[in-house]
Design a binder for this molecule. Structure first.
Ligand code: MSP
Length: 507
């Protein structure tokens, strides 16, 4: 048994939750559920990023205080995660006292280590990124004096400030050394190469404080400044783990197994953050896992392109499990993926309605009609036994990578094979007797194993299948790999057919 600490980015509260945020959060939730099934002690963290100039301006535009904006929108994220069955252990808000305490303690440690210095700075700033850009990174626009932000495509502003600087340039060698010794510390490989190329290209010191506004965490050694929002946001991962107020808890959980992030924020997580941690004498995260963007009509979802899709709208149509399954199965972790409504309907119908839903209802129907509703035991040496073992191995490898789509592909291979087995044996035509019992027992056992393996992705349906099979407890209480070994369905249980698990949808 191990410990597994995983995090999502903390989401900016100037925005409403959309399916891009949900994608990261569902992925993390499924990975954590898989670890729980394996008996690991899990700490899953998510939360909201509430400080900075962007929030201040968004609040001003709405005529409310930044705290009010944060309270309102942070609650929307919590609600969205409840609607998606996200089983997080903590929800951190950067406006919390414990977070202030942790950030101040952390930054003081970096300062005491001599890695922070006061300088005057004039630079091209993107308010949406809350970051300065070097001339070389700016996108030139004809007829516009200052170019655009390379991420947001919006005009940059000139900002002059007396700022504290984090001496990132000192960490170039140490970071390269760290990544040399920890080849799995950035996933996937393409992102690792990008990070290494960026570090090798030479690291600039970075401005880490702002003095033109107060909405942030004051620097403990100079209260005229607040920490730059990224130097306040990244430490959420340590403040929730008890860095400021609970050293024993911190000791148990640090460092995390995964920071799950979108590719847009990899530099912050895989370059700035490990350097900051090293400076404060803490270990970097074991792995920063970066996925691509979900695109809508070929573009990244954003407030400005008005192409955002709210998770609740899709949940209303596909159900929580339908939503979760689609994003886990159809977006391979790494590259960008285009969201398509038809794609989602097709996947739902193919895998959930026609395969898993159908497998369950066929078996339950025959058990009700021919066996008085009592399920029989599987045979040892069943033709499905090998398929089940392969599904367990494939799912284990897929979740470990992490590649949820591969884990689910391996799981659904067993579903398809169980359906094919029924078609080959046609139990609906067979007379009651031992031969029929064996076929049904095998199919019931395949369903039991599938409900375990699929539980991280579709927790509600998997638990419901478990219950309808007449099994005691729930998938959540089971331990892999033992619970998934062939022969666990005891037979003699009442099987309940119930309503369709996944009613078919039309496009
Ligand atoms: N607040 C910072 C993160 C600080 S973490 C210490 C931030 N917030 S964000 O709300 O703008 O975006 C956070 C994350 O949401 C992205 O990195 C990504 O994980 C996810 N996504 C936002 N839009 C997305 C898509 N269109 N597609 C996939 N993920 C996206 O950056």
């Amino acid at each position: 048994m191990g410990r597994f600490y995983a995090t999502t980015p903390i989401y900016y509260v100037n925005d409403a939750p959309h399916i891009g945020h949900a994608y990261t959060t569902v992925t993390g939730d499924a990975l954590c559920r898989w670890r729980r099934l394996q008996g690991d002690e899990v700490f899953y963290l998510t939360g909201t990023d509430e400080h900075g100039l962007k929030m201040l301006r968004a609040a001003e535009a709405q005529g409310i205080s930044p705290k009010e904006l944060a309270d309102r929108n942070s609650a929307r994220f919590r609600q969205a995660w409840d609607e998606l069955a996200i089983d997080y252990d903590q929800f951190i808000r950067t406006s919390e006292a414990r977070h202030y305490q942790a950030v101040q303690r952390f930054l003081q440690a970096v300062y005491d280590n001599g890695d922070i210095e006061l300088r005057t700075y004039e630079g091209l700033y993107c308010v949406a990124c809350e970051a300065y850009y070097a001339e070389a990174e700016v996108v030139a626009v004809e007829g516009q004096e200052l170019g655009n932000c390379p991420v947001h495509g919006r005009p940059l502003e000139v900002l002059t400030e007396e700022n504290y600087f984090f001496l990132l340039s000192r960490y170039q060698e140490r970071l390269l050394d760290w990544y040399g010794r920890n080849p799995g510390a950035v996933y996937p490989e393409t992102r690792r190469n990008e990070v290494l190329a960026f570090i090798k290209g030479g690291l600039q010191d970075i401005s880490m404080s702002r003095s033109s506004f107060r909405w942030g965490v004051p620097l403990p050694w100079d209260e005229r400044h607040v920490a730059w929002v990224w130097f306040d946001a990244l430490p959420n991962y340590i403040s929730a783990a008890g860095y400021g107020d609970d050293p024993d808890f911190f000791q148990r959980w640090w460092p995390p197994a995964y920071h799950l992030v979108g590719k847009d924020i990899i530099r912050f997580h895989a370059v700035y953050w490990p350097a900051m941690l090293m400076s404060a004498g803490l270990e970097p995260p074991r792995c920063v896992a970066a996925h691509g963007w979900l695109l809508v009509g070929g573009e990244k979802m954003s407030k400005t392109s008005l192409n955002q899709i709210a998770p609740a709208d899709l949940v209303a149509e596909f159900g929580v499990d339908g939503f979760r399954y689609h994003f886990l199965r159809d977006s391979s972790f790494g590259p960008d993926g285009d969201f398509s409504y038809e794609g989602m309907v097709n996947r739902y119908n193919a895998d959930l309605a026609n395969q898993l839903g159908n497998l369950f209802s066929r078996v339950a129907t025959v058990v009700a009609r021919k066996c008085g509703g009592t399920g029989s035991r599987p045979q040892s040496g069943s033709p499905l036994q090998q398929a089940a073992a392969e599904a367990v191995a494939g799912a284990t490898a897929g979740w470990a990578k992490p590649a949820p789509s591969e884990a689910l592909e391996a799981t659904w291979k067993l579903v398809r094979e169980a359906n094919a087995y029924l078609e080959a044996n046609e139990p609906w035509k067979a007379e009651p007797g031992p031969a029929l019992d064996s076929v049904l027992g095998d199919a019931l056992e395949a369903l039991r194993i599938v409900s375990l393996l699929a539980w991280p992705a579709i927790p509600a349906a998997a638990s419901e299948i478990w219950r309808r099979l007449g099994l005691p407890g729930a998938p959540a209480d089971q331990r892999l790999p033992e619970a998934a070994s062939w022969g666990g369905y005891p037979g003699g249980l009442q099987v309940e057919k119930g309503q369709a698990l996944f009613p078919r949808l039309s496009v």
